[in-house]
Design a protein around this ligand. Structure first.
Ligand code: GLU
Length: 417
């Protein structure tokens, strides 16, 4: 039977695996396998040519036993309700892995932002925000950037929500520009967090990051900054990167600063001087020490998992590896740092931003990065012994660690009425 690639069914299968180890009863498993609240919005947007188009968006609040919901908003043509459900579930486990006082949520709009003008995108963002404003807010649910959304998107969201309220509400979204209550270090945080976890893992796995080679799939916010930090701060050699247009390879290493310039000028990494063109599939199968999937879901599946030669996988994307691939990689001794840990730096600095907004007291970049490193290495060092003791992969161990905390919160609050 071919592998089921439905993201939400994958997310539920991951929970069930940890539920078995935690010996949870069937009622609790059912609670954890369903989103708490889902909102679908169909809304009109005026296009630059005067015509009107109706777009569909979602906001799914998966679980808020541990605190207000938290999670990004994605603008992508392939967004589906089941994908948003899965991403909202993953946020629930991610905030728990990091011990942040949040639940999990996610939003998405079915749109190709690359085909929209800036004015169209602004109108779309504002109307989507007003449609979901009935369920978001600093104490309820706090959106943030995700695939193809950024600090400008967050500024429009913050402004729209504030206009509806009649006063400025900086804490309604995170990942904002610094001038309106954003945090130092937020734009680099996902990549920086991944780099801290990779460094902690290299120590326990006996890998010398200065001699390590790296391949990065995806060159958006997480992937491009990640590639630079692995090269500049870990001293590793980034030999391959890719984006939606294709991949490039140079066995002697790619010059990150020059490559970032090239991407800024041409809009892609392809045709970079001194590099050889490779496909995304070839990139995943390169003989490197560290492989960093930083694009979209379902990239490493039962079809290509046994061809992966990397020693360590650091998931900067959400959901890049399927459950069948997880089994194959674990059997083959590939050490995988799962998304709920490896890319949790973004939501962790989002949490710092929210705390700073509430206190109206802002921290230095050094303070932010130091606190991020402390929380990332604590999570890694809490999860590793679970994996070793139970002889399970790091994803299952992270789920055991995270799901237990959500279950404990649910139990102590009790079931109402
Ligand atoms: N979109 C990011 C993630 O998937 C960040 C979410 C946030 O900061 O709330 O973790």
């Amino acid at each position: 039977m071919p592998e089921n690639l439905d993201q939400f069914e994958i997310a539920v299968a991951q929970v069930r695996k940890s539920a078995e180890i935690l010996k949870l009863d069937s009622g609790m498993v059912e609670i954890l396998s369903k989103p708490k609240r889902e909102l679908t919005v169909n809304f009109p947007v005026r296009m630059d040519d005067g015509s009107v188009k109706v777009f569909t968006g979602y906001r799914v609040q998966y679980n808020y036993s541990r605190g207000p919901c938290k999670g990004g908003v994605r603008f992508h043509p392939n967004v589906t309700l089941n994908e948003v459900r899965a991403l909202a579930a993953w946020m629930t486990w991610k905030t728990s892995v990091m011990n942040l006082p949040y639940g999990g949520a996610k939003g998405g709009v079915i749109v190709d932002p690359k085909k929209m003008s800036r004015n169209e995108l602004e109108r779309l963002t504002r109307r989507y925000t007003s449609e979901i404003s009935i369920i978001i807010g600093p104490e309820k649910d706090i959106p943030a950037p995700d695939v193809y959304t950024d600090s400008q998107t967050m500024a429009w969201m913050m402004d729209t929500f504030s206009m509806i309220k009649g006063y400025s509400v900086p804490g309604v979204v995170t990942g904002k520009p610094l001038s309106i209550g954003g945090s130092e270090g937020r734009s680099e945080a996902t990549a920086r967090g991944a780099m801290y976890v990779a460094r902690a893992a290299a120590k326990t796995q006996g890998m010398d990051t200065k001699k390590a080679t790296v391949a990065v799939q995806g060159f958006g916010n997480a992937g491009s900054i990640g590639a630079r930090l692995f090269s500049e701060e870990l001293g590793s050699k980034v030999v391959a990167v890719s984006d939606s247009k294709g991949g490039i390879y140079n066995k002697n290493g790619l010059d990150m600063r020059k490559l970032l310039d090239h991407k800024a000028k041409t809009g892609s990494v392809i045709n970079f001087t001194g590099s050889k063109a490779i496909s995304n599939e070839e990139l995943l199968q390169l003989d490197v020490d560290m492989l960093v999937p930083a694009a979209l879901e379902n990239q490493i599946t039962e079809k290509n998992a046994s061809s992966i030669k990397a020693k360590m996988i650091i998931e900067e994307a959400n959901g890049p590896t399927t459950p069948k691939a997880d089994e194959i990689l674990h059997k083959n001794g590939v050490f995988l740092l799962p998304d709920v840990l490896a890319n949790a730096g973004g939501v962790t600095v989002s949490y710092f931003e929210w705390v700073q907004d509430i206190q109206s007291y802002f921290w230095s970049l050094e303070e932010v990065n130091q606190r991020l490193e402390t929380l990332m290495s604590k999570a890694y060092n809490d999860i590793l012994p679970i994996a070793r003791k139970e002889n399970i992969d790091m994803r299952t161990a992270a789920y055991v660690y995270a799901v237990k905390k959500v279950v404990d919160a649910h139990r102590i609050r009790g079931l109402w009425p």
